[in-house]
Design a binder for this molecule. Structure first.
Ligand SMILES: C[S@@+](CC[C@H](N)C(=O)[O-])C[C@H]1O[C@@H](n2cnc3c(N)ncnc32)[C@H](O)[C@@H]1O
Length: 301
């Protein structure tokens, strides 16, 4: 199947180079980084050991384990799925096939929420927030871990996802400040909240088939698909916003790279904002508008 033969590597450095070459040969752009992550996790070694001892000898069992991990990556399974964890906002989050693999873009939402709540309410405010569609819990758990005075509710329609969020909340010692609720969006959830956050599904049904195999074959469809135009989840969330957001409160949403203008219109049509300045846009590292901040109560200032 691959042009390059399986390298009978006996040293960590040999295996690393061989793995990188085989990943490059199937067009995986992050080949070097991926090979390194598989090696470190597969051997349960810190990076410093590999740097200090690039010729560290590998036994047959270790090579077999690394080769099994590499075969999965060559078949376009994401590294995080092979490892069963992903680093997000400086912490390690457990993931499984039932949850979205947390993305670096979502860290923009977390950063925006922390900064804007501090600015808006003051850094000592005991913020109570709602996270709609929490998945692995990466957003809610990060907010709570960063702000020991905050409390949160997090919803998901998937009980399997909520189990993962519960485990991550326990790992990061915030479980006592997080209520997890299995529900359709935020139906029946008792607000209001100072802050409502969500990274909802936002891929249009038609676009699903064009996604990379890492996404299409490994992220759960319920975490991705949001109707014909990709905006169905936002319609639900905007529709419920007036009962969920406390007077003077904030809503912060992750959005698709091309959705900002349409969401501005949708928020105005729903009556959530009356003036342009009530919605602010924040970009990801690629320069796409990735996060929206809405202040429904700020029509006059
Ligand atoms: C894009 S994922 C985001 C997960 C996580 N918040 C993150 O940022 O990695 C969307 C999440 O919304 C959940 N979801 C989809 N439909 C839902 C619904 N009707 N009600 C509640 N949650 C839903 C999915 O199960 C998934 O966990």
């Amino acid at each position: 199947m691959f042009d390059l033969p399986l390298n009978p590597a006996t040293g960590a450095g040999d295996w690393l180079r061989s793995a990188r070459d085989r990943l490059e040969a199937v067009g995986i752009e992050s080949a070097s980084l991926d090979a390194r992550m598989l090696l470190l996790d597969g051997l349960a070694l810190p990076h410093s050991v590999i740097v200090a001892e690039p010729n560290l000898a590998l036994n047959d069992q270790e090579i077999e384990r690394l080769e099994a991990m590499l075969s999965r990556r060559l078949a376009r399974e994401p590294v995080s799925r092979i490892l069963g964890w992903r680093e997000f906002y400086g912490r390690k989050f457990e993931i499984n096939p039932q949850v979205l693999d947390p993305r670096p873009d979502t860290e923009v939402l977390v950063e925006t929420a922390l900064n804007k709540v501090d600015q808006h309410f003051g850094p000592a405010h005991a913020c109570r927030f709602l996270d709609i569609g929490t998945g692995s819990g990466c957003i809610a758990v990060s907010l709570l871990a960063e702000r020991p005075g905050w409390t949160g509710c997090a919803t998901d329609i998937s009980s399997d996802a909520l189990d993962v969020a519960r485990a991550n909340a326990a790992t990061h010692k915030v479980a006592d400040r997080l209520e997890l609720i299995e529900v359709n969006w935020a139906s029946g959830v008792t607000g209001p909240f100072d802050l409502v956050v969500s990274n909802p599904p936002y891929i249009a049904s038609e676009e699903l088939r064009g996604l990379m195999p890492e996404v299409q074959n490994h992220d759960p469809a319920v975490a991705l698909e949001a109707g014909a135009d990709g905006l169905d989840a936002y319609r639900e969330i905007f529709g419920a916003a007036s009962t969920l957001i406390a007077p003077g409160g904030l809503m912060i949403l992750e959005i698709g790279a091309t959705q900002a203008a349409r969401l501005r219109s949708l928020a105005a049509d729903t009556g959530l904002i009356a003036q342009d300045h009530q919605m602010q846009e924040f970009c990801d590292l690629a320069g796409h508008v990735r996060v929206l901040l809405l202040r429904p109560d700020a029509a006059n200032g």
